[in-house]
Write a protein that binds this ligand. Structure first.
Ligand code: ADP
Ligand code: ASP
Ligand code: MG
Length: 440
């Protein structure tokens, strides 16, 4: 079996849904198709949740009405037969009635997750109506019945595997399955999600759970590019990446992949392909255990980084100091991205301010604590890059004008990370495009 995941823009217009139906039916191998919500929907659902949380029911009502009108127009072009139109309209009726009822309920975290789940439920059900109208046999698999996360929000591959195979067992005669990306159930059994962009993660988890022959991520660009195409004009696709390289790029800001989407595929040795829905014949990017070549492949940037420096003369010649520092972050379940040390100070970065106040308070007994918000991590990723000659010269040579707050080098053979002021991120990415890749 294989997995094909289509993102928001790939399903965002009726003609695109028609197009992906032709892509998924070309397959001879049994396929699980994972869909995101139509582009713009999850943002609108976030807005509805925020409006309700603020007590702005009128604002929520307006956004719901706009979204509903969008879906009504969408189905009018998606399907033609009276029967299919009636079915699609009924689906819209049900989901928007649910959103309207929610307006009368007092806000809770769980409620906001229920709101967020509507996007993927709608896209998959509407796609199923279209496939049915076209006479394409398929089965809709409800992700909420197999995709689960534990009390630490970690997906449970073992139980996903068991539940998903039980569902597949019931449809042995079928070759085409459609399911929702992003949504899942949490340890309390409530509807939850795998965080923004999580459909990639769903696809990779499903691919791991069924030991798929490949996990294809179909999106609006022809693979992982060497630099962020939203910021830098001239970027080029990278043909092949190792799991480690792809994971570093995803984690350090390449939006094409959810930050956690690589590990399930890596753990189960499933090739991941990044492909372009609008140009299905483009090569895209192949991600496997094999890096294919040595050297720098791409750069990415991660925003909203907070740097924390703890200075203490007690660190001098002391042991156990770092452990005590790290225990504070562990206590607040806040991952550290970068670390640099000197004899009397240690700097770390985090990307979540959720427990910043508590963390600072607990760090203060160890020494003076300085916090810099508004930083970005720039990551230069490749294979055996530390052994690539003149890499350091080219890297620093291309950004001589930039104040660098931290440098992490040698932690892995795949990555060099720099911490810089967020305001200079765009300029740095542009300069690196020229200095590292000779692209202007
Ligand atoms: P989808 O809705 O299909 O999941 P996303 O918007 O999440 O698509 O991801 C695709 C987008 O990622 C591209 O349109 C591109 O703007 C952005 N992106 C950021 N960095 C990169 C990169 N290094 N290579 C390719 N795309 C990137
Ligand atoms: N619809 C979700 C989002 O916009 C998940 C995804 O598209 O991957 O974040
Ligand atoms: Mg995405």
């Amino acid at each position: 079996m294989k997995v094909m995941k289509f993102g928001g823009t790939s399903v965002g217009r009726p003609e695109r849904m028609h197009h992906i139906a032709s892509l998924v039916t070309k397959e001879t191998e049994p396929t699980i198709v994972v869909l995101s919500a139509l582009s713009g929907t999850t943002n609108a659902l976030v807005e509805i949740g925020n409006n309700i949380a603020r007590g702005d029911r009128e604002g929520a009502r307006e956004t719901i009405a706009k979204l509903e009108a969008h879906y009504r127009a969408f189905v009018s072009e998606l399907v033609k037969s009276d029967e299919a139109v009636a079915k699609a309209q009924q689906i819209i009726d049900d989901h928007f009635e649910f959103l309207t009822i929610i307006l009368r309920i007092s806000f809770s975290e769980a409620l906001s997750k229920d709101i967020l789940a509507q996007g993927e439920l709608l896209s998959t059900k509407l796609f199923s109506v279209y496939l049915e109208e076209q006479g394409i046999p398929h089965t809709l698999l409800p992700a909420l019945e197999f995709m689960t996360i534990d009390s630490y929000d970690e997906p449970q591959i073992g139980s996903i595997k068991v539940k998903l195979s039980q569902q597949l067992e019931q449809h042995k005669d079928k070759k085409l399955f459609i399911t929702q990306g992003y949504i899942c159930r949490n340890a309390k059994g409530e509807v939850d999600n795998l965080k923004r962009g999580g459909s990639d993660y769903s696809a990779s988890l499903i691919a791991a759970a069924i030991n798929a022959s490949a996990c294809e991520i179909w999106t609006d660009i022809d693979g992982m590019h060497n630099n962020d195409p939203r910021i830098v004009k001239k970027t080029v696709p990278v043909e092949q990446l190792s799991f480690e390289e792809a994971a570093e790029l995803a984690y350090f800001g390449a939006k094409i992949l959810h930050p956690a989407s690589i590990w399930p595929a890596q753990q189960y040795s499933i090739p991941v392909k990044l492909l372009n829905t609008m140009q299905p014949d483009a090569k895209g990017t192949l991600i496997t255990a094999n890096a294919a070549s040595v050297g720098v492949k791409a750069v990415a940037a991660k925003d909203n980084i907070i740097a924390i420096r703890i200075k203490s003369s007690r660190m001098l010649l002391a042991y156990g100091f770092l452990r005590k520092i790290f225990e504070v972050f562990e206590k607040y379940r806040t991952p550290i991205d970068m670390i640099t040390t000197s004899e009397v100070a240690v700097s770390v970065t985090i990307d979540s301010s959720a427990f910043l106040k508590d963390i600072i308070k607990e760090l203060e007994p160890f020494g003076s604590v300085e916090v810099d918000e508004g930083q970005s991590i720039i990551s230069v990723v490749g294979n055996e890059i530390s052994q690539t000659s003149d890499i350091i010269k080219r890297l620093f040579g291309s950004i001589l004008n930039i104040p660098i707050r931290m440098v992490s080098y040698g932690g892995s053979p795949h990555n060099i990370s720099l911490l810089v002021p967020a305001a200079q991120k765009d300029q740095i990415l542009q300069q690196l495009n020229k200095g590292m890749f000779g692209l202007e």
